[in-house]
Design a protein. Structure first.
Length: 217
């Protein structure tokens, strides 16, 4: 499949379309991508770099160096947490970081916290696979593992946001397997994630349920 065909397929996924709509007008964009595989997201980012000027660096543990031939593209065959190696390739601040590699919440947190310092103010981090809706029972892609891991990733992003209400803006797209967008509002370093307390499991709420109390109108 050639890059044009890949790009067309990428835009047919609404969650990629969400990213495209957000960044396609940015000039001279600098993008760091984790996770290449079929190259759909890569083709979308390269299309933007071709149109507006800019550069894409893509990282994957598997060798996808032959997938595209483009002077605006650097491919690094590496784990995403090989920090000392990858940071050598970050020559100027980033406008977009896209995380679609190892989908494990603590790993995503580690990646996000390390690369955040290379992100421009007003730049954004997109995290793929945050919706569990496609994977639940009676949905269209039933898979309990993906259901659980995506829900945990979603919660982790809420915790990162809750710890950084002044530093970050958070938006979600729930199409397909979902995308979270975190925008950097300040140049301050990130605070630690903060647990989002859930009153549903509090003693007070248990009593409410036992007594069948309803909210007052
Ligand atoms: C879901 S696929 C990426 C899909 C891609 N964005 C697309 O549009 O086709 C995940 C990719 O992440 C890579 N990967 C998994 N764990 C990784 C890690 N720790 N570091 C770098 N790449 C990793 C896998 O080799 C795989 O190619």
């Amino acid at each position: 499949m050639n890059p044009k065909e890949k790009f067309k397929i990428a835009l047919s996924f609404s969650h990629y379309n969400f990213i495209y709509r957000n960044i396609s007008s940015l000039k001279n964009i600098n993008i760091l991508e984790f996770g290449v595989n079929n190259g759909f997201s890569t083709s979308m980012f390269l299309n933007i770099c071709n149109q507006n000027g800019g550069h894409l660096t893509s990282v994957d543990v598997d060798d996808y160096s032959g997938l595209f031939k483009n002077k605006r593209w650097t491919f690094l065959k590496s784990r995403d947490d090989n920090f000392s190696y990858i940071k050598k390739s970050i020559k100027k601040k980033l406008d977009v970081i896209y995380i679609d590699s190892f989908h494990e919440p603590n790993h995503i947190e580690k990646i996000l916290f390390f690369y955040y310092k290379f992100l421009n103010k007003n730049g954004s981090i997109y995290i793929d696979d945050i919706s569990w809706i496609p994977y639940v029972k009676n949905s269209y892609r039933v898979n309990s593992w993906n259901e659980i891991i995506n829900r945990k990733t979603f919660s982790k992003i809420l915790e990162i946001y809750f710890g950084n209400l002044k530093n970050l803006k958070l938006e979600f797209c729930f199409d397909d397997s979902g995308i979270a967008k975190l925008t950097k509002k300040t140049n301050k370093p990130l605070n630690n994630p903060k647990i989002v307390f859930n009153s549903e499991f509090s003693l007070k709420n248990c009593l409410r349920r036992v007594l069948n109390r309803k909210p007052k109108k």
